[in-house]
Design a protein around this ligand. Structure first.
Ligand SMILES: Cc1cc2nc3c(=O)[nH]c(=O)nc-3n(C[C@H](O)[C@H](O)[C@H](O)COP(=O)(O)OP(=O)(O)OC[C@H]3O[C@@H](n4cnc5c(N)ncnc54)[C@H](O)[C@@H]3O)c2cc1C
Length: 489
């Protein structure tokens, strides 16, 4: 093992690069960065730096590389898989001072932004021209585009528009050696290996994105939203299959079960139809002609699947009312349960009915309640595993149920994460999906970029040290949800 590095000796060099106010060494201030959105994984960073330019990021990374010091990139710290968990023996590189929108080129339908720019600010910059940036995680008011790149983030509208990877054309990246390189550019489809595709979703393990060129889309002429209520999840699921099977691609199809509806009602009184065992929110967008025609077809299919009530939003305020229950559902479970785990898995859409039935069996067998709120169109599940942390053993049982749900997703041909990433939290689940040879190949790929293993070590791929430790469980509302700045999807 190499000797521990004296971070104190590194600090004057970091100050020379980022200035005195760009380096945080004070213990109390460093603590404010100890976790991301999963607060049960925490570690105080050795040093925090706040660079303002790509050159500063590169110089900091070079200082780390020369001394073998690990570094962890961080955007807004909203991640839900402990991807930005700091290292006590390392440098946390925070992009929050790199928040400039460098270019909005409407003719080319592109924007160029720094990594710390909030996701929603890209749309705000494009909106006056009638354009928007499509990937819409529900943390979009505060999460950074750099963090979205690293997690390949999604949102309710990814059914039609795809994840972050479908909207990025170019990246400027600082490699783990501290070199600034360009991947792709404003033009589509650069020749050679798809290094942008490899970088997106790499969770900060291949370097730090310092400039991002994204695609802008023309805002649709019309958006129509409906809420359909069913007696059971099964009936709701049949409606989803019928809509997709009919060749339609709504902008979003979201589903909530009875427990999730109960929570949303308790928290925000969303006034969803009484007695519903499941509700679907279906949103269509496009030309007014297409949207109107498809809207009638979707209504008919929902009725045929057994919808006993269908509500249509006739304006933006009514649309917001329909989405209100869905958007607040995660935070709302705090009203019906003192503690909960937010799980994130994905299954092929056709496997949804079986997987949901097996989750219900798991719940009945263990006595642990599970509320389901999910992107039904994508097969992306976000089960909320509820427990009372005052009840001895309940947290452990909930963690077991939560892990067993991931097993079900993998068995059904799905994945251990839909959109929240692997980070530290799920690294030990990777062997459930990949053989040792697969993981070895991924490790070699990672080492081709980072031979010394200093870029966000112990994230994404399992390590023996990491997997000897048991992950904890979420026991409190996320501070951003509590402050009303973000909603959990
Ligand atoms: C209330 C709430 C709602 C959410 N809803 C959604 C949702 O609907 N969909 C969804 O997909 N996620 C959602 N998330 C998860 C989270 O917001 C996303 O994963 C988001 O992309 C994280 O961005 P961030 O800036 O906070 O990144 P951070 O948490 O700071 O970092 C996340 C990862 O990215 C790496 N990273 C950060 N910046 C860079 C960079 N410039 N270059 C390279 N690596 C970098 C970090 O090392 C880490 O591995 C939600 C989270 C919360 C708290």
């Amino acid at each position: 093992m190499s000797a521990p590095v004296d971070l104190g000796a590194l600090v004057p060099h970091l100050r020379a690069v980022c200035g005195d106010d760009g380096v945080i060494t004070d213990a109390a201030r460093r603590r404010t960065y100890e976790s991301d959105g999963i607060t049960y994984h925490a570690a105080v960073p050795g040093v925090v730096v706040l660079p303002t330019t790509a050159e500063q990021v590169a110089a900091v990374v070079r200082l780390c590389a020369e001394r073998g010091v690990p570094f962890v990139p961080r955007g807004s710290g909203t991640g839900l898989s402990a991807g930005a968990l700091p290292r006590p023996d390392g440098v946390l590189i925070v992009t929050s001072r790199m928040r400039r929108i460098l270019e909005v080129d409407i003719d080319a339908q592109r924007a160029v932004v720094e990594p710390g720019v909030f996701n929603l600010d890209v749309t705000r910059a494009a909106a006056p021209h009638g354009y928007y940036y499509a990937p819409d995680p529900s943390s979009q008011q505060v999460c950074s585009v750099g963090g979205n790149i690293a997690e390949n983030s999604g949102g309710a509208h990814c059914l039609k528009y795809g994840f972050t990877v479908n909207h990025v054309l170019g990246l400027e990246v600082v490699t783990p050696q501290g070199e600034i390189v360009e991947l792709g550019g404003k033009a589509a489809d650069a020749p050679g290996y798809d290094l942008i595709g490899a970088f997106i979703g790499s969770e900060g393990t291949l370097g730090i994105a310092t400039k991002i060129t994204v695609r802008l889309l023309r805002a649709p002429e019309k958006v129509s939203t409906m809420l359909a209520a069913f007696d059971s999840m099964d009936a709701g699921g049949q409606a989803v299959s019928a809509i997709i099977g009919a060749g339609m691609l709504p902008a979003a199809i979201e589903m909530m079960d009875a427990l999730a509806i109960e929570a949303a009602e308790a928290a925000v009184r969303c006034d969803y139809p009484e007695g519903a065992g499941a509700v679907l929110i279906v949103e269509l967008d496009g030309s007014a002609h297409d949207v109107d025609a498809q809207f009638d077809a979707v209504t008919a299919l929902c009725r045929r699947a057994g919808a006993f009530e269908i509500r249509t939003a006739s304006d933006a305020a009514e649309r917001a009312r329909i989405w209100k229950g869905r958007k607040s559902a995660f935070a709302a479970v705090g009203r019906i349960s003192p503690a909960y785990i937010v799980q994130d898995g994905v299954v092929p859409r056709t496997a949804l009915p079986e997987v949901l039935a097996r989750i219900a069996e798991l719940s009945a067998r263990s006595g642990i309640r599970v509320a389901n709120v999910f992107h039904a169109g994508d097969g992306n599940l976000h089960p909320l595993v509820l427990f009372d942390d005052a009840d001895p053993g309940a947290a452990e049982r909930a963690a077991e149920v939560s892990g067993a749900i991931l097993d079900l997703c993998v068995e059904a041909g799905g994945s251990i994460t839909g959109e929240h990433g692997v980070g530290v939290d799920k690294a030990c689940h990777m062997p459930e999906m990949f053989t040792p040879a697969d993981l070895e190949t991924m490790d070699r790929f990672r080492r081709a970029f980072d031979p010394d293993g200093i870029a966000n070590p112990e994230k994404l791929l399992p390590t023996p040290r990491l997997c000897g430790e048991r992950p904890g469980v979420r026991t409190q509302e996320h501070p951003l949800v509590a402050s009303g700045e973000a909603e959990l999807f």
